[in-house]
Write a protein that binds this ligand. Structure first.
Ligand code: SF4
Length: 292
């Protein structure tokens, strides 16, 4: 049975949801039986916070999104939660296009104003069984708008080739989509702001295997703060929140970032072991070791 909410609270809830949508977050856990209770008993401070968020972000609202908020604010509380733009889109290429449009000319974190030339969204086969996820774009990637195109990208290409497949067969993306200045490690809040879009990319592609390249990628994907020595050498079950229920999820493996392997080539053998684990699972032939 529909639950009636105070219009002011309903509007505040809609604004709060829209605020998270602006960040690319669409998946919420909702305790339905308690929603009405909480609505009636919501502390004034909480409502005030919602109204503050509303004023903070109002100026950034596009006409399309403002209209959407006005629409949901006038509806039932349980209908406030909108679906992602790509929800129900079976074609991964079309879903990725919608996610890219939703990302827009993103200014959600400070990296948008720290010298990026362009957003580096991702590249590859939208139907890929195998997906590689790195940390963030470097100078070459920033210039060309494509992940892993510099020296590290060349090594990644060699690794992919050694697995018996082509770069065009896989999908490649990063945790953050804008180049951190000086190739510094992205900050935690930058990763947290940007990674919902990566999660949506993974949910759209539905790969069989995700390979996290480096500790930053692994820690963000798995939400585990552990060293590489503990992260590598095993499988993880991985399924972003809000993914299609019919998709069982991916298996996730961790290996070294190619940029690290360029600095310490002695670890290439270890990386190759990680890739062999992936190849075995995907039924790929192992023709040779990665090129030096
Ligand atoms: S890194 Fe991600 S969240 Fe930050 S500005 Fe770029 S696209 Fe937006």
């Amino acid at each position: 049975m529909p639950l009636a909410l105070d219009p002011h609270l309903r509007r505040a809830l809609a604004e709060r949801v829209r605020f998270y949508n602006e960040l690319g977050i669409y998946d919420f856990y909702q305790r339905e039986p308690r929603l009405a209770e909480n609505a009636e008993q919501a502390p004034a401070a909480d409502v005030a916070l919602s109204v503050q968020s509303q004023s903070e972000v109002r100026e950034e609202m596009s006409a399309r999104k403002s209209a959407a908020v006005a629409r949901v604010a006038g509806e039932n509380a349980l209908e406030i939660l909108p679906s992602k733009p790509e929800y129900g889109i079976a074609d991964p290429a079309a879903a990725l296009k919608l996610i890219r449009e939703d990302l827009g000319d993103c200014m959600r974190c400070r990296l948008h104003q720290q010298g990026r030339k362009q957003i580096v969204f991702g590249v590859g086969n939208p139907h890929a069984e195998l997906m590689f996820v790195g940390e963030g774009p470097g100078a070459d990637e920033d210039a060309q708008g494509e992940p892993f195109v510099g020296r590290a990208g060349q090594l990644l290409n060699n690794m992919i080739k050694a697995m018996g497949i082509r770069r065009e067969d896989v999908y490649i993306a990063n945790v953050v989509k804008c180049r951190p200045p000086g190739n510094r490690t992205p900050e935690r809040d930058e990763c947290e702001t940007c990674s919902p879009f990566l999660m949506r990319q993974i949910a759209a592609i539905k790969p069989k295997v995700v390979v996290a390249l480096g500790a930053v990628s692994a820690r963000n994907l798995l939400a585990i703060n552990a060293p590489m020595s503990e992260l590598r050498g095993r499988w993880y079950d991985f399924k972003p929140a809000g993914s299609d229920a019919s998709w069982p999820g991916a298996r996730l493996a961790v290996t070294y970032h190619p940029a690290f392997l360029l600095r310490d080539p002695r670890q290439k053998g270890e990386a190759w072991k990680d890739l062999q684990m992936v190849m075995k699972y995907l039924g790929l032939e192992a023709p040779k070791r990665p090129e030096e």
